[in-house]
Write a protein that binds this ligand. Structure first.
Ligand code: ATP
Ligand code: MG
Length: 402
């Protein structure tokens, strides 16, 4: 029986960013989204990522997604809907964002890094439906796996650890329904524990009061670390393979989990991770009290990206950093495909424009195993490549040009 290609068959956007109303019926294969700058190409990919994760890759403030030009008196509501074909059948997705009238930016809390991915969005309300049934944000994950590539991915190489943690967390969350729940509980435990640490500075609160929070922290923390170690053990060789193909060099790319509370060894069992985490918490106790912060645990861990053993951030040209980031993203896409036995829908935003011809060709070649690939472009850079698009959509000022 021929396998049904995993693909979006229908996308509908209402008052989403610069789209008043968009209806798109993309076929499987390479879907080209062509348009000048600032016409809505990225907004369209963002909408699909949003339907996959109920998170924007660009902002934590969902209210920003609502079109500015909603007529006076109308509710400030943005809606994204999609129909997705999967091996086991058709799925309809519907995410609606209602901006609150008093939506006002609030300063990020110092604990934001503990659970950025699952934190609630300020200034907006969301309604999520899968096949018409209301769902929580976490239950949306996994219905519509996507792999998004953006020019900003170079931050995987250059930015702070939070960017890399978030990426790995989103990846695992698409595959393991338990994982985002554990992340959320863990983030709450960190916040509570930090609160108690601060009280310990001022009052005579005994250290023994930390014990229940430490237990909570360790329980979910060990699971989170184990999942990340497991994912990284597979991602690293996939990234090396992808990187070799696109860089055309023998430079070896490695991804390595760098835990603050355990050894970076994927073969550790839960008992060993548990012991290591408790030991690290005990060793950090004085510092934690002084800072009023939990300084060890998966919310502080990092993923090292190395080229020939040296940190990619310190290494080579911007182009080489870009290639390393592409290697990471390609590894994620391959991992999603491998673990879920279905290829994710690939969203390539502007990734070709900064690559030379050989690398461009290699990236497009790497897309062969995926059933549907959306690629944004201003037009020029596709000439001379072998890959033929299944369809070309031209986008102008938030509308399809027909
Ligand atoms: P480029 O080629 O430069 O990347 P693009 O086609 O990807 O351009 P988008 O990032 O999708 O462009 O943005 C299109 C336009 O949408 C921008 O001009 C931006 O200002 C506008 N925009 C962003 N948010 C909203 C919103 N909430 N309401 C209306 N317009 C918005
Ligand atoms: Mg763009």
């Amino acid at each position: 029986m021929p396998q049904i290609p995993m693909h979006v068959t229908r996308l509908r956007l209402t008052n989403f960013r610069n789209y008043r109303l968009l209806e798109l019926e993309p076929p499987p294969g390479l879907v080209l989204l062509v348009g000048e700058n600032a016409q809505g190409k990225t907004n369209l990919l963002e909408a699909m990522f949003y339907l996959s994760t109920s998170r924007s890759p660009r902002t934590t403030r969902d209210a920003e997604l609502v079109a500015w030009q909603v007529p006076e008196g109308d509710q400030r509501v943005a809606r994204a809907e999609a129909t997705v074909m999967r091996a086991h059948g058709r799925i309809t997705l519907d995410v609606t964002v209602m901006a609150k009238a008093d939506a006002r930016p609030s300063p990020p809390s110092p604990d934001d890094d503990a659970g950025d991915f699952v934190a609630a969005a300020p200034g907006a309300q969301k309604r999520i439906r899968v096949n018409g049934v209301p769902k929580r944000a976490m239950d949306l994950l996994g219905n519509f796996p996507v792999a998004l590539f953006r020019p900003e991915d170079v931050e995987l190489v250059t930015a702070a650890p939070a960017v890399r943690r978030r990426s790995v967390d989103i990846l695992i969350s698409q595959l393991e329904p338990r994982y985002p729940r554990a992340l959320q509980r863990y983030a709450r435990a960190v916040t509570q524990r930090n609160h108690l640490l601060k009280q310990m500075q001022d009052h005579n609160v005994g250290h023994e009061q930390l014990a229940p929070w430490d237990d909570l922290l360790v329980r979910d923390g060990v699971y989170i670390i184990a999942e990340r170690l497991r994912a990284l053990a597979r991602l690293s060789p996939l990234a090396a393979e992808a990187h070799e193909a696109i860089s055309g060099s023998r430079d070896r790319l490695t991804m390595q989990y760098r835990p603050t509370a355990a050894a970076p060894d994927p073969s550790q069992d839960a008992a060993a991770l548990d012991a290591a985490f408790r030991e690290a918490l005990a060793a950090a106790l004085r510092r934690d009290v002084a800072m009023g912060q939990t300084t060890v645990g998966p919310h502080r861990d990092d993923v090292a990206l190395l080229i020939n053993g040296a940190p990619a951030g310190d290494y080579g040209s911007r182009g080489q950093q870009r290639t390393a980031a592409l290697g990471w993203r390609l590894a994620e896409a391959a991992y999603l495909r491998e673990v879920s036995h279905e290829p994710p829908v690939v969203l390539l935003d502007d990734v070709l424009s900064e690559l030379d011809a050989l690398r461009r060709e290699a990236v497009l070649e790497a897309m062969a195993p995926f059933d549907q690939v959306f690629l944004t472009t201003t037009g020029a850079e596709l000439s001379g490549t072998a890959m033929r698009p299944a369809v070309v959509f031209t986008i102008h000022r938030g509308a399809l040009v027909v």
